[in-house]
Design a protein around this ligand. Structure first.
Ligand SMILES: Cc1cc2nc3c(=O)[nH]c(=O)nc-3n(C[C@H](O)[C@H](O)[C@H](O)COP(=O)(O)O)c2cc1C
Length: 264
């Protein structure tokens, strides 16, 4: 309860000071409620790839839902490979020996409410650029081992806010099984999976998956405004093609490449 509401005789100066305090309090509350979305697109094709289309849809929705959004192309960042020296656990707890963009990524990562990771599937897994970034999160863990839900984990070094993670992966093959390893790496993430992702770069094909693109944007909006995604929307975020559609996709892909392969 705000006490000054119940006071009657207050000077103009006091009223001004109290109004200012009230406005500031409201501002703080609004700032407190604004979700921070930190997004990374790991595709080396950047703006030319499908990962970018999907990330932009999600971020558009999140911005509409009132979130503060920030996105980066991982290939543009200076992220050196983990040396496995464990200095971040022993010699300089919480600090890596490398000085690169992870110096600002880690604090931002810990401060975000929603982490969006966009990756193409390469060799049935997440792309190595994303893998390298996640390996470099080691300083955020403590070296000790603890049991958690039947498996062994490292405890967090920092007190973490309640964070949500989105894993958005795209693949060239039409089979949803291509996402199995990526899914296993981020078991708590909300999944956005599009097989035969090239379909989005085709005007006719993109109409076929318009329910998916609409759902991606809506997922961003819902996460930003209500902190979670409805089941009905979630169910549209993973595309499963029918066997007939897969056959058509294979035939079209083969036709496409046959026309472009040179020297044959
Ligand atoms: C080296 C390499 C490996 C790939 N491996 C797979 C794969 O295992 N499974 C699959 O379905 N697609 C695979 N793809 C296809 C990409 O996932 C697909 O082209 C995707 O759309 C790329 O994402 P982007 O458009 O955001 O760059 C591979 C592509 C490359 C270049």
């Amino acid at each position: 309860m705000i006490p000054f509401i119940h006071e009657s005789a207050a000077s103009a100066r006091e009223i001004y000071a109290r109004s200012w305090a009230f406005i500031t309090l409201n501002k703080i509350l609004v700032i407190f409620l604004i979700m921070k979305v930190l997004a990374f697109n790991a595709s080396p094709r950047k703006e030319k790839g499908v990962s970018e289309i999907i990330m932009n849809l999600f971020l558009e929705g999140a911005a509409e839902g009132g979130a503060e959004i920030e996105s980066h192309h991982i290939v543009d960042l200076d992220i050196k490979g983990c040396l496995g020296c464990f200095s971040c656990w022993t010699k300089t707890p919480g600090r890596c020996v490398h000085r690169d963009d992870m110096d600002w990524i880690i604090p931002k990562f810990l401060d975000a409410d929603i982490i969006y990771l966009g990756t193409p599937i390469y060799n049935y897994n997440i792309i190595h650029y994303l893998q390298r970034m996640t390996e470099r999160m080691l300083p955020t863990a403590l070296p000790y081992m603890e049991e958690s839900e039947g498996t062994t984990r490292h405890p967090e070094r920092h007190e973490r806010k309640v964070q949500q993670m989105v894993l958005a992966a795209v693949a060239g093959f039409p089979d949803t099984e291509n996402f199995n390893q990526a899914k296993a790496l981020f078991p708590n993430a909300i999944n956005i999976f599009l097989p035969s992702a090239q379909i989005l770069q085709d005007s006719e094909g993109s109409k076929y998956v318009s329910y998916f693109t609409d759902a991606v944007k809506e997922a961003g909006r819902q996460m930003a405004s209500q902190g979670e995604v409805d089941e009905a929307v979630k169910n549209k975020l993973v595309v499963n093609f029918s066997p007939e559609m897969k056959k058509r996709i294979r035939e079209q892909a083969n036709k496409f490449f046959k026309a472009r392969v040179q020297g044959t």
